[in-house]
Design a binder for this molecule. Sequence first.
Ligand SMILES: Cc1cc2nc3c(=O)[nH]c(=O)nc-3n(C[C@H](O)[C@H](O)[C@H](O)COP(=O)(O)O)c2cc1C
Length: 310
Amino acid sequence: MVSTVSMAVDLGGIRMRNPLNTASGTYGNGVQFEGFYDVGATLGAITCKGVAAVPWDGNPAPRLAELPGSAIMNSVGLQNPGVRGFVERYGDYLQGLRDRGCQVICQIAGHSLDEYRQATELFEELAPFASGFEVNISCPNIAQGGAAMGATPEAAAQVMSVVRPLTARPVVVKMAPHDVAEIGRALEASGADALSLINTIPGMAIDIRTRRSRLARATAGVSGPAIHAIAVRMVWECANAVTIPICGIGGVASGADAAEMILAGATAVSVGTANLYDPTCVPRILVELEEWACGQGVSDINELIGAFEC
Ligand SMILES: Cc1cc2nc3c(=O)[nH]c(=O)nc-3n(C[C@H](O)[C@H](O)[C@H](O)COP(=O)(O)O)c2cc1C
C-alpha cells in the first residue's frame, strides 16, 4: 500500500514517525524483537522496562498466569538492573535505535520521592540516547504500606515536582487505571508533557484445587484484550480533562484497536501484551492503522485524534 496519509505525531515533544509505541515491560528493551522485524525502522518509539536507581529483584515466582482470551496477569514487580546496569546492557543498542529514527523513552521507577530523584539524575547523566522519560507512578510507596506512588492527585504531583526540575527532556507520566481525569489534571499542572494510560488492572486468579492464588501473590495486574474497552474509556475521560497529549495503552492488538484509542483522544498508542503472544504484531498493526486512516479520507492522522463523536 502506498500511503498518502502523514503518520507523524508529537507526544509532548517526542516526535514520532508514526503513532506506534510499545508498553513498558512487554517488549524487553527492543533488541529481543529484532529477529522478528526491523524494530528501528518500524516503530515510532519504544518505551523501555521500568528502571530504578539501583537493581530490584521483583516479586517471587510464579508471577505470570495466562487467562482466557489472550489476557494475562503479572506480578513481575519491576525487576530491573538499576540505571547503570540498564545503560551498560542496552545503551549502545538504544542509541542505534535513535539513529534509525525510532524514539527511545526510558521509564523511571522509584519506591519513594528520593528514589525517583536518584533514578532521574542517573538517567540524565548516563542516557544521552533517551528521547524522553516516562515516569511510572504505579510503583508501591514503601513509606505508605505499598499504595501506588501516584495514587492521589497530590501524590502524583509530588512525584512530578521531584522529576520535572531535573530534566529538560520530555516527561510522560504513566498512570494507574483510576481517577484518570483528576490525576491527569494534577499532572498537567505540575509540568507533565504527556500522559500514558493505562497500566494493568488489579485482579485475582485462584486455583480452585489448591485454593491458592495461581501466582505467588494474591493479586496481580491484568492486561491484554480483556482490558481494552476499559482503557479506551479512560483515555477518553482523561483526554477530555487535559490539553497535553496522551499515549493510549491497553489491549491493543490490531489497527482497529489503535484507531479506537486515537478516536478517543490518544496521540500515540502502545502495544503491550499482544507482543508476548504475537511477536510480529507491530508491523501488521501499523499497516492496518495506516489503511484505516487512508479510508477515513484524511491527509494527516492528527486530524483523527479525538474525532470520536458521542
Ligand atoms: C509482563 C509485564 C510487565 C510490565 N512491566 C511494566 C513496567 O515495568 N512498567 C509499567 O509502567 N508497566 C508495565 N506493565 C504494564 C504495561 O506497560 C501496560 O500498561 C499494560 O500491560 C496494559 O497494556 P496491554 O493490555 O497492551 O498489555 C507490564 C505489563 C506486563 C504484562
